[in-house]
Ligand binder design. Sequence first.
Ligand code: HEC
Length: 154
Amino acid sequence: MRSCLILGIVLACVAHAQEPPGAELFRKRCGGCHAMDRDKAGPNLKGVYGRRAASGESFPYSDALRKSGITWNAATLESWLADPEKLVPGNDMPFHVESSAERALIIAYLKQSSADQRTVRGPEAPSQSGVARAPAAPRSQSIVTVTSSVNAVR
Ligand code: HEC
């Protein structure tokens, strides 16, 4: 019983440690309006890095953003998060991020998660099993490591 408790705590720590550093900031700063899997007050940001602005199919974007001709990359996201109104006057996002360090972390997270989504969808992803092998591997490996160290404690 006790070892289950220890294992649970350790696994929670491992899962937390594996989360990219910008993920928590994204949830805190952006999560009120954005998610990766659905539109909220703002459009879903799944695969947004590398995509043209306002190209999601389901969200009623402002005309200003639709006509901006922007493609989201490190430079355009930096200007957008620093001052959306300056980059795209008349857009609908009433929010900016004051700290450049936070902007960098959030942009790195958007880039990383967009790349992950492309990998999973890519031709190398195992199609029959329906399980994405690449992202799953490191996690199960560390669970094995953790399990054996818990056994060692016992
Ligand atoms: C108060 C709500 C709100 C918050 C908080 C917010 N956004 Fe937005 N965001 C919006 C809205 C609304 C739009 C659509 C803007 C438009 O159509 O002009 C948008 C659009 C965007 C877009 C363009 C998406 C596309 O498909 O072109 C990006 C990128 C973006 N937000 C990133 C962020 C990030 C990163 C954060 C956190 C740092 C954030 N937003 C916080 C409301 C918000």
